[in-house]
Design a protein around this ligand. Structure first.
Ligand SMILES: Cc1cc2nc3c(=O)[nH]c(=O)nc-3n(C[C@H](O)[C@H](O)[C@H](O)COP(=O)(O)OP(=O)(O)OC[C@H]3O[C@@H](n4cnc5c(N)ncnc54)[C@H](O)[C@@H]3O)c2cc1C
Ligand code: SF4
Length: 339
């Protein structure tokens, strides 16, 4: 069907919107700024809670979306609002006129180096959740020494639930991601001691509580409730972590071969830039603002502009895919004049 539909962002949200619209007989246009599709999920290894390979999920979406018009390495230079449509100028010089835009620009990770007290970029043996996924996928990171992985720690809430970091929100997926990564490390290094330092554990999803219980019972992962108070480095390059165990009321001190920081999910500044071009509002948490956060989360306040995935806030993969399917249906109804 002849109707330009522009999807901005080729992560799993954008790809799923494209797949659904193709099934409905449209030929959507996907604009992706990077040189490859799949967004963040293409950087992950296994997906919680079923531990299925991320590359299978992404590969399947890419194959099914291949009939869409896909522009890689392409950004939006500017958007002009016309009477009933938008004129979008791409960085490759192509101009598109459309009535419909689906924003699927996703999230950014908090820069862990801003929490100087945890030593990211300063101490050799400190990495982020993203770095660890990279190592799981490639085996390429000298911070992980296969012959000396006796003790590993995870710090939750890095740059989330933190007024000083200007992000009081919970990033929602990092508690369960820490457990996923801790289990994966135990599978590779069964003898290693693995600790999770947390404030609260947010196990909100289907099977998440089981996953947490398995982590303790089957893998012996230790959960310590309390903020990390100090991170330092000893003479042989290992990391010393001090915390207060607020359940036992006792101070804890562990020496680790690796410290993993669970960097939080924050808004993508590209989304904000685009939002400004089309006068879309930004919510108080920095993400794109929906009509409401109950029944209309995938709808922007502007007719013809829809949202899906992590551009409106932290989301899991199944939540993102469900929103993308709903957004495709909204686009279809909009074109049919039914909405
Ligand atoms: C460490 C970590 C591990 C995780 N593991 C899991 C897991 O195991 N299971 C699970 O359910 N969830 C997991 N998640 C959550 C998962 O990553 C998200 O649900 C998912 O990435 C959301 O997809 P998205 O398409 O909305 O956003 P993104 O993945 O951020 O994709 C957005 C895409 O838009 C592109 N883009 C952005 N701005 C522009 C622009 N202006 N122009 C063009 N393109 C643009 C980006 O390059 C990117 O390709 C994890 C998250 C983290 C941080
Ligand atoms: S999901 Fe867990 S680690 Fe992430 S911000 Fe919320 S409480 Fe902290």
């Amino acid at each position: 069907m002849k109707e330009n539909i522009v999807i901005i962002g080729g992560g799993i949200a954008g790809l799923e919107v494209a797949v659904q619209l193709l099934d409905l007989g449209y030929k959507p246009i996907v604009i992706e700024k990077r040189d490859r599709l799949g967004g963040h999920v293409a950087d992950w290894n296994l997906l919680f809670p079923d531990m299925i390979p991320a590359r299978d999920v992404v590969g399947n979406l890419i194959a099914r979306a291949s009939e869409a018009n896909i522009f890689l390495n392409t950004e939006i230079s500017f958007v002009n609002k016309l009477k009933d449509s938008y004129n979008i100028m791409l960085s490759n010089g192509i101009s598109i006129n459309t009535r419909i835009i689906v924003m699927t620009t996703g999230f950014a990770l908090f820069d862990a180096a801003k929490k100087e007290e945890y030593g990211y970029g300063v101490y050799d043996q400190v990495m982020t959740n993203k770095d660890l996924e990279h190592w799981f996928n490639t085996g390429d990171d000298k911070r992980v020494n296969d012959s000396a992985m006796n003790a590993v720690g995870f710090v939750h809430c890095v740059g989330s639930r933190d007024e000083k970091a200007r992000n009081p929100q919970c990033s929602k997926v990092c508690c369960i991601t820490a457990i996923k990564q801790a289990i994966e490390l135990k599978q590779r290094f069964p003898e290693a001691m693995v600790y999770c330092f947390y404030m609260d554990l947010r196990m909100f999803g289907k099977k998440y509580e089981d996953f947490y219980i398995n982590a303790q019972r089957d893998y012996g992962i230790r959960f310590i409730r309390g903020r990390v108070s100090e991170v330092s480095e000893n003479i042989d390059g290992r990391v010393i972590v001090k915390a207060e165990d607020t359940l036992s009321g006792k101070p804890v001190k562990v020496t680790l071969d690796l410290l993993v920081l669970m960097a939080g999910i924050i808004c993508n500044t590209d989304s904000t830039r685009l939002a400004n071009m089309v006068s879309l509002p930004i919510d108080s948490d920095g993400f794109l603002k929906s009509r409401d956060n109950v029944a209309e989360i995938i709808e922007s306040p502007r007719d013809g502009i829809f949202y899906a995935g992590a551009c409106t806030g932290p989301k899991t993969v199944p939540e993102t895919l469900a929103e993308a399917r709903a957004a495709a249906l909204k686009v279809h109804l909009f074109i049919k004049g039914l909405k």
